[in-house]
Each structure stands twice: as C-alpha cells, then as structure tokens.
Design a protein around this ligand. Structure first.
Ligand SMILES: *Cc1c(COP(=O)(O)O)cnc(C)c1O
Length: 395
C-alpha cells in the first residue's frame, strides 16, 4: 500500500483544444485568495459585482443572471429542467455532440422531444425550423450557438424571431460562444442561456453563467410540478442570488473569485476588442493552415474563430500527431468526436489562449510533425502566412 503521495506538480501545458483553455494568470491568483463564508458581506458584494458583470457580458438586463455551481452541462440542465415540465414539447436542433446532449437532458426532464438534424459542420436556417415549429408547436426550442464538436457558428437572431412568432421560448447553449463571438441576449430576445467558465472566459472549469428572461421566469414560477432537480431549481436559487440572499447551497467561493476576475478581464479589454482579438488570431491561424494545404471541415461562412475544426491530411497518423504535440511541445489540441473521430483536429483559440504566440507555436510544431510524417508542403509557409495577417492588421 502506498503511504506517500507526490506533491501536485502538473505539467505546463498550452491548452489549444475544445476547452479547458489556458487560464489567465490573474484568474489563477484570484483563486488563491482567502476563502470567506458564503453569507459574508464581502462575498455577497462579490456576487453582486459578478452578476452585474455577467449582465454586461451577456448584454442583458435580466435580473435572473447568475453562476450555477457546476460546469457548462449543469447550466444546460438548469435551463432545460426549469423550463420543461413533464409532457412539454421541445424542439432541439442537433448538428453535433452538444445538441445531442441537450436532447438527452430534455428527455430525462420528461420533455416530448422533437429532434431536427443538420449534418455535422453545418448550421440551421429559419427554413429548417419553420415547418417543424408549424407541426409541433413546442413550448421551448433549444439550439447551440457555438457547436464545439464541429466548429459551427450558428446565427441566432432570425431563428429567435421565428421561435417567438410561434410563442415558444428560446434556450441557447453559449458555452463556447460567450466571450469569443458577439452575443446579444436582450437584442436577440433569448429566453434562457447558459455558458461555461473554461472556454472563452480564461477561467478553469467549475461554474456555469446563466441568464433567464422575464418570460422564462414567468414559465418557471407558474410551474405546476416541482423542478426535478433540487440543486438546480431556479426558483430557490433566486432566493440566494436575488435580494433575499437566503442560504440554498454553499457558493463555490474561490471559483466565484476566479469568474469575477475573468469577467473583469473581459470588460477591461472591452467586449468588441475581445471579439476582434479572437477574430484576428483565427484569421492568422487559418491563413497559416491553408498555406500548408490544411482545410476546414466547417460550412464556409459559419466557422467559429475560437474553435478551428480542420481535416486531418490524408496519410497522417492522427493519434501520433496529437501525442507528439502533447509530449514534445506541451500543446493540447482536440481529437474529432463522433462522426469526426480520426478525421478532424479541433484547435481552440479561446480566451487567454487566443493570442499570436499560441498561433505561431501550433503552426511551427505542426509543420515539424507533419514533415516527419512525410507530408508534402512548403516548409515555413504557414508562419509566413500568419505573420502577414498580423502585419497587415498592425498597419
Ligand atoms: C463544453 C461544452 C458543453 C459542456 O460543458 P462542460 O463544462 O463540459 O460541462 C456544453 N455545450 C458546449 C457547446 C460545449 O462546448
């Protein structure tokens, strides 16, 4: 039996996969600050600040904006479980892993789910949804804005108008969207939305920022049945996060500090500049990859800047490249999931990880590993193309 255990000494990694992404140093420092009680006036003030910053980042006035204790999937359950009563009809749009997960969560909550599907890498249009809304007449429609398994960027605004013209509520998965691409909760009339800390917010995993519109809260408050989850019941959480501050469960104090600091970073940079940074680093990465013949697998015009899903070149050993990236360069990228297994790499440029140093690092490491496997391309071309993008942007 082992009686001693080694001190924690995690390897230094550059996290360029589908999340978690690199944590900002200021966020790590925030995590290490002294723990206070969950009803300490200092903590209550911190919660207030966190909620106000979340409203700014989500671009909403929704009072019911808070951080669920749990990762993005807990946010998904919080949204679905609260909006759905057993027997309610829900349409879920599925074009990747996370839409599929929402179907599972909704069925467990007792929803009568109708699934609409698009091929992986593609997005939904109003025309895809209209006939289904017409025949199903659902209470809720669920859709993923940034499908991390495929790199597809789903436009929300027009779909929201359509959904509301059928008097349904719109629930949006913004786990990978928030902080990476423009997102307007109020202007687009989104009723319920959830995100995660470890994608584009430069924070470790552990909290799920959510927001519920007044219309969504009306549905929650007029339920005839109790929410199946005690822990995620928003009507009770409203008593803790709202004016009353009645104990519900112990807030994850230090994770709250971390998210607080992460949101401060986003607002300090400015939302528009933050999105522009994600766009520029993506443009440089894309120019670099394409200069050595690597193509995207996502529908053109709907490619997420923060999640680059690219086709693995013919004859290249997927697992070996990813293993070498990790073991020899300390870089983590994502493998393909489901339909994309063995066919696609997912390169994340999220939050603090979206920076020129990471773009140039992954391109040079990839060039070396691809050359070792006999891939034919012009050495150095990816770096030249990426740096040209940065030079032009600096003009
Ligand atoms: C990561 C992710 C989730 C799940 O979040 P966890 O933090 O892993 O629970 C849900 N939806 C999308 C789009 C994601 O990228």
């Amino acid at each position: 039996m082992t009686t001693t255990f080694p001190e924690l000494n995690p390897p230094v990694r550059v996290l360029m996969g589908p999340g978690p992404s690199d944590t900002h140093p200021r966020v790590l420092q925030a995590l290490a600050k002294g723990t206070v009680g969950h009803l300490d006036p200092y903590y209550l003030e911190t919660m207030n600040g966190l909620q106000e910053m979340l409203r700014q980042v989500y671009r909403t006035k929704n009072p019911m904006t808070m951080a669920i204790s749990g990762t993005g999937s807990a946010g998904m359950e919080a949204v679905v479980d609260n909006l759905i009563e057993p027997g309610d009809k829900m349409i879920v749009c599925v074009n990747g892993v996370f839409g599929g997960r929402m179907v599972d969560v909704a069925q467990r909550a007792g929803a009568e789910v109708t699934k609409i599907e698009r091929p992986w890498g593609e997005v939904f249009t109003v025309d895809d949804l209209k006939p289904v809304l017409e025949s199903v007449r659902p209470k809720v429609v669920g859709i993923v804005m940034a499908e991390t398994s495929t790199g597809a960027w789903q436009p929300i605004e027009e779909i929201s108008k359509l959904v509301h013209s059928y008097n349904a509520l719109l629930a949006v998965d913004a786990v990978t969207a928030l902080g990476g691409i423009p997102l307007e909760v109020d202007a687009w009339n989104i009723d319920a939305i959830y995100s995660g800390t470890q994608k584009c917010l430069s924070c470790p995993p552990g909290l799920s920022p959510v927001s519920f519109s007044p219309a969504a809260m009306e549905k929650v408050m007029s339920r005839k049945t109790k929410v199946q989850s005690w822990y995620l019941d928003v009507s009770m959480l409203a008593n803790y996060w709202g004016q009353n501050r009645v104990y519900h469960h112990t807030g994850p104090i230090n994770m709250t500090y971390a998210l607080y600091e992460a949101l401060r970073l986003v607002l300090e940079e400015g939302l528009e500049k933050c999105h522009a940074r994600h766009a520029l680093n993506h443009k440089a990465l894309r120019a670099g990859l394409e200069a050595i013949g690597i193509k995207y697998s996502t529908q053109e015009g709907h490619i997420l800047p923060q999640l680059n899903a690219v086709l693995i070149p013919e004859g290249i050993d997927d697992a070996k490249v990813r293993g070498d990236l990790l073991n020899r360069f300390g870089i983590e990228i994502g493998a393909g999931l489901g339909a994309y297994k063995g066919k696609v790499w997912r390169i994340g440029l999220m939050g603090y990880g979206s920076r020129p140093a990471n773009v140039l690092l992954i391109l040079s490491a990839l060039e070396q590993l691809l050359a070792e496997q006999g891939y034919q391309f012009q050495r150095g071309a990816s770096i030249a193309a990426a740096t040209t993008v940065y030079q032009n942007a600096a003009k």
